[in-house]
Design a protein around this ligand. Sequence first.
Ligand code: P53
Length: 484
Amino acid sequence: MYKFKKENFLWGGATAASQVEGAWNLNNKSLTISEMRPFIKNLDRKNIKDVLDISKENYLKSIENKDNLHYPKRFGVDFYHRYKEDIKLFKECHLGIYRLSMAWARIFPNGDDEKPNEAGLKFYRDVFEECKKNNIKIMVTINHFDLPYPIIEKYGGWVNKKVTDLYLKYAVTIFKEFKDIVDYWLPFNEINVAIWSGVTGLGIFREDYKSNKLYLEACYQGLHNQFYAQAKFIEEAKNISHEAKIGCMVANSTNYPLNCDPKNVRECQRLQQIHRFFFYDLMVYGSYPSYINRFFKENNINLEIKKNEMETIKNNKIDFISFSYYATGTISLDESDKTESNLTIAGKNPYLKATDWGWHIDSIGIRITINEIWDKYHLPIFISENGIGVLEKLNEQNTIEDDYRIDYLKEHMIQIGEAIEDGCDVFGYTMWTPIDVVSAGTNEMSKRYGMIYVDYDDFHNGTGNRYLKKSYHWFKKFRETNLL
Ligand code: P53
């Protein structure tokens, strides 16, 4: 038995609007980019590049949906109608904090609407009040992979600086509206996804660029515009309420050198700088680090960065760091060491097991990561996502004996406890997820992360009813005893 010692630690769960809400076209909401990607029937779970690289033509075809494909994020798990039931279940297992995202498309459906959509504001007020009634703190992600399509159509996504203004109008509007009920704010989910997937993070299409170089340049430009938007939001929010607590969110891809060959160690260091530390460095220290300037120079990437933008970035920094942590990988210069693990640049690790999606399970890695981030930045840390996706079926007792999930969560939580004993300031953790949701990467319902099972299949056949898994009862007990 391991006793988790830190008091007042925030234990909770995280979801995102496009993965849970459904009701994609109700009450004036517009279509978002995440609702334009269909479920792919014969999906190769270990290589989902095809899923992410779906063409612009196919994205656009989804608007009329003449092919009659299934778009899972239009349905989510119907949280829009079932939120009261869900929040009640969250409360009953003692979730202390709920991290959820708001859909921009419910608040400013066209992006440039003069006034916010009252029905959208009302929905979130109702959800937040339900949380507070149940004694659950709230962390809001302002934008989680769901740029409204009208903004893409009219402005071309985040590469256009005008989108920064639209975002600020949205973000400041919701901040003013909900500053007294929301406890923590994250301006962007996984801000580094801009570089992995321009369409998901920025609403830009590869086809609109003449070369890979120009596309990469556009991704970094869009990212820069988001860095500025985040800093400007911090400035405006703090002017309204000095107390506001605003953090960053990075998809943290910790990688180890495959072996001690200095060539691989150096390559690992170089890639960790570019793909991991760069984002924190910029948001914590407020300037572009030298290694990224070298990378830009060598790749002939030229960005439009204005002096006033850099001043805003320098003067308005985050209060805390948050990141998602699922897996780790390895780096080697030898291409043949690369693995099938989707979505990462990483290679295999012979010491670790992996999930059906090729994600290495590495609980010690979270302790290593927390120590690294704390040593470098000395800002309070919040783990905003961590969990395991598994194929699951209800048994005859209408439950799931998900001991593998209990093990995964438990081992990671122990390592967080150890990192705190190492001296790192970690103040909270929201698991991904308290309830099954549509997968961000593969659009599957069947990649289940929840402690609560939702009866939908990949095509949303089913009742949508909720069932408690074994992990739900385990988590509840942990909250009552602090024992892992
Ligand atoms: P899914 C890739 C790698 C790490 C985290 O992912 C990622 C992604 C994008 O898929 O995203 C976060 O559902 C994201 C969540 C997402 C979760 O990880 O593909 O913030 O929206 O659901 C898990 O298994």
